[in-house]
Design a protein around this ligand. Structure first.
Ligand SMILES: [Zn+2]
Length: 523
């Protein structure tokens, strides 16, 4: 997720806090505490080695999804079925399963809504009056109706017989429908444009909660501030939308010959071989497609923790190839409305996307998905595997910053699958750190300016902030930017630049990513 820290406010805040720190507070550093022999509170287990790598008996469950969904663009209604294949690799048998129903955040009486203060919040639906939340039509287990209980954003399914340990497979099928909020907690929603609505759809299908060796079932509700913790698996999605819509999504489009014209398919072929951005559908072609009825777009993505998509009749679409270190190729794609076009704005989105993915792939770990798509919507900036949503009004340096940040998330938490709901610093903080290096590298530092760490220090160390280890739901909303993003990001920067040196730090950081790629590390 994106966090904007307005320059004027930040400068004033930094000065105020810096002065107050020097006037009132002595540092809290305690060398006895810092260097006590057992500063790790948990030593190694069979599943997690004391050395920091997965233990010899590390296990992880998996969830594959087959998703069929259709969009009613007049009612803003999503109707779908989710077929889930859940594999229990844990040493424990299970008599019930837990799923996340994130759309229930937008029910009138949700716990998340109860937390929104009168002064407003980034979280929730900004007071939109609509019939939000899931309507569940059926839940089946091995083809038969099964007992389930919904509590706020969670569903518990009671199993008719226990799911066996170490390889038991559960087949679940859920039929559901919901109305999309206009503003979905800054992570999904609907944006009006002069050529029609843009639907950016996420947290849209029931997803398995993670069962792990740390907390068992992770059933913390979705309240708005804290993000997600999800199992890996393979996902296919068949997305049915009005025929004049264009759809972009996580992963690879499987039926491009059916959904794009011959001319557009030729342009896709050019884009796959081009380092320069190629227009697939230009502004002058918007509104020319008056086909009625519906079209189904088929996508597939492997080894993923989530799936998001966007649909609109208003999209300009462009693309260019991404060159990966092994010689493999991926594809940078942008989808945005006419209002966002132009070289000062989204006309450079594909260039930014390509540069970010190539940088992170070369520096840390090779990108694993067949495409990376940047979509202009009404979100400040939000990440999903292989696709991100950034604000349609973003331009220039700001658009670079948010695009680079959201794609940086493909490494944290999409590749390194940490628990975002509890430890935002492990994705936002690590990502903020790698964004600094990526921005320095982009186009000879076009948008780079070195941060004054000494000046920021007094502000971010101020004792009015909660500890970094507190989850975002448990922080003041105003603290999240510092605690989840800047403080951990800056800490890693200091460790790299001033303490270990880039060579040693980068080796260790790469080792961490490599060891925990597509796994669940925990502090
Ligand atoms: Zn973020």
């Amino acid at each position: 997720m994106n966090f904007k820290f307005p320059t004027i406010i930040s400068t004033v805040a930094v000065m105020l806090f810096t002065n107050s720190v020097y006037a009132q507070e002595a540092p809290k550093y305690d060398y006895v505490e810092a260097f006590k022999p057992f500063f790790y509170s948990q030593t190694g287990t069979e599943t997690r080695s004391a050395s920091g790598q997965p233990g010899h008996a590390y296990w992880q469950n998996s969830a594959d999804y087959n998703l069929n969904v259709s969009l009613n663009d007049v009612k803003n209604e999503i109707t779908g079925t989710a077929e889930i294949t859940y594999t229990n690799n844990s040493p424990d048998k299970m008599s019930f399963l837990w799923l996340q129903l994130d759309q229930n955040l937008f029910e009138k009486d949700s716990r998340g809504n109860a937390l929104v203060p009168l002064s407003g919040s980034r979280n929730g639906a900004k007071g939109e009056a609509f019939d939000g939340g899931y309507k569940i039509k059926s839940v089946k287990y091995d083809g038969k109706d099964v007992k389930y209980t919904i509590t706020d954003t969670r569903m518990q399914i009671d199993l008719p017989q226990e799911l066996r340990a170490k390889g038991g497979v559960a087949k679940i099928k859920i039929e559901y429908t919901f109305l999309s909020p206009q503003y979905g907690s800054d992570r999904m929603g609907i944006q009006d444009t002069k050529n029609g609505k843009i639907f950016t759809i996420a947290q849209w299908y029931p997803r398995m909660c993670v069962y792990d060796d740390v907390l068992g079932w992770n059933t913390m509700p979705y309240l708005g501030a804290s993000e997600f913790y999800l199992e890996y698996g393979n996902i296919t999605a068949n997305i049915t939308v009005p025929s004049n819509h264009y759809v972009v999504a996580s992963g690879e489009l499987l039926n491009e010959k059916q959904v794009y014209s011959k001319e557009e398919n030729n342009r896709w072929s050019q884009a796959r071989n081009s380092d320069k951005t190629v227009m697939i559908r230009q502004e002058s072609e918007i509104g020319k497609n008056n086909a009625s009825g519906t079209k189904t777009w088929k996508f597939k993505i492997n080894q993923t923790r989530d799936f998001a998509w966007a649909s609109s009749p208003a999209f300009i679409v462009d693309a260019a190839k991404i060159n990966l270190p092994s010689g493999k190729k991926s594809l940078a794609i942008s989808a945005y409305p006419a209002e966002s076009a132009g070289e000062k704005a989204w006309g450079r989105s594909t260039e930014y996307t390509k540069a970010a993915i190539e940088h992170y792939s070369g520096k840390w770990y090779q990108y694993t998905y067949p495409a990376a798509t940047n979509v202009a919507g009404n979100e400040g900036g939000m990440e999903y595997p292989g696709i991100v949503f950034c604000h349609m009004d973003s331009k220039g340096e700001e658009l670079w910053g948010v695009t680079d940040h959201e794609f940086g998330h493909n490494w944290f938490p999409m590749i390194v699958g940490s628990n975002e709901r509890l430890f935002a610093w492990m994705d936002e903080g690590f990502n903020t750190f790698i964004n600094e290096l990526s921005t320095e590298a982009f186009n000879k530092g076009e948008y780079y300016s070195k941060k004054n760490i000494a000046q920021m220090g007094g502000y971010i160390m101020n004792s009015s902030f909660e500890p970094i280890m507190v989850g975002p739901d448990n922080m003041k909303e105003n603290s999240i930017g510092v605690l989840a993003y800047y403080k951990p990001g800056m800490g890693l920067g200091i460790l790299r630049e001033s303490i270990l040196g880039p060579e040693k730090f980068d080796k260790a950081f790469r080792t961490y990513i490599d060891r925990w790629a597509f796994k669940h590390p925990t502090p």
